[in-house]
Design a protein around this ligand. Structure first.
Ligand SMILES: Nc1ncnc2c1ncn2[C@@H]1O[C@H](COP(=O)(O)OP(=O)(O)OP(=O)(O)O)[C@@H](O)[C@H]1O
Ligand SMILES: [Mg+2]
Length: 220
């Protein structure tokens, strides 16, 4: 269970306050597939970052499973992020000097997986997103859509309980985008992985079990 209680995130820039999250409370049950929709600047990425432990709210509680992630610190928080969460960043966040294979291996190194095993696992994840033939390419040698798929493969690597994907199909054509959604849906159905997908695409949102709408930092 993912629970947010009265979560606030305010940015102050040049005396102006921006309420990225304005008293947000919500619950996501295990195995749920939710889509998050809303205009640009409405707080979607902020919400994703807060659930994924990448950002701390100014106030309010975020509880995931038996962990209150607004209370845990550095080491425990990194462990939470790396073992429980598969995060697909809106801007990919790939390491520019690493190959596709190496990028996907990073989270596996962090959990101490042996070299042979992690190569095998990383290759399998890249195969799942259709990038078997680009293992040795670095991000700069890949197309935007291919980079996006590397970041999705990396999110799958540690078999996360929760996948949080920020516009995971934003750089893909309709067919490739749907293939990625199908892959995520399979993980949801067969392994009970929680899916939280931010999207502007109504066709994708329609496939979720619930759509959460956010506007000006508030859930409607
Ligand atoms: N580091 C920051 N400093 C100041 N303001 C910020 C910062 N990060 C986000 N904001 C502001 O918070 C609001 C929410 O940002 P957020 O990135 O969550 O929007 P979003 O819904 O993901 O938008 P998009 O669809 O364009 O990705 C925006 O108005 C943004 O300008
Ligand atoms: Mg965003």
């Amino acid at each position: 269970m993912i629970q947010l209680q009265n979560v606030n995130k305010v940015y102050e820039l040049g005396g102006e306050k921006i309420y990225a999250l304005d008293n947000v409370s919500l619950e996501i049950t295990p195995g749920e597939f939710v889509a998050i929709m809303g205009p640009s600047g409405s707080g979607k990425s902020t919400l994703a970052n807060v659930i994924g432990g990448l950002d701390t709210p100014d106030s309010g509680r975020v509880v995931v499973g038996d962990q209150e992630i607004t209370e845990i610190r550095d080491k425990a928080l990194s462990k939470y992020r790396n073992s429980k969460i598969g995060f697909v960043f809106q801007t990919f966040n790939l390491h520019p000097d690493y190959t596709a294979l190496e990028n996907v291996m990073v989270p596996l190194i962090l959990v101490g997986m042996k070299a042979r095993k992690r190569k095998k696992r990383a290759r399998k994840c890249l195969r799942a997103v259709g990038l078997e033939d680009r293992l040795k390419h670095k991000p700069g040698q890949l197309s935007g859509g291919q980079r996006q798929r590397v970041s999705i493969a990396r999110a799958l690597a540690n078999r996360p309980e929760i996948i949080i994907a920020d516009e995971p199909t934003g750089n893909l054509d309709t067919k490739k985008g749907q293939e990625i959604i199908d892959l995520l849906k399979t993980l949801n159905k067969e392994e009970g992985v929680n899916l939280i997908i931010i999207t502007h695409d109504a066709k994708i949102a329609r496939q979720a079990s619930r759509v959460i709408e956010i506007k000006d930092g508030r859930i409607s």
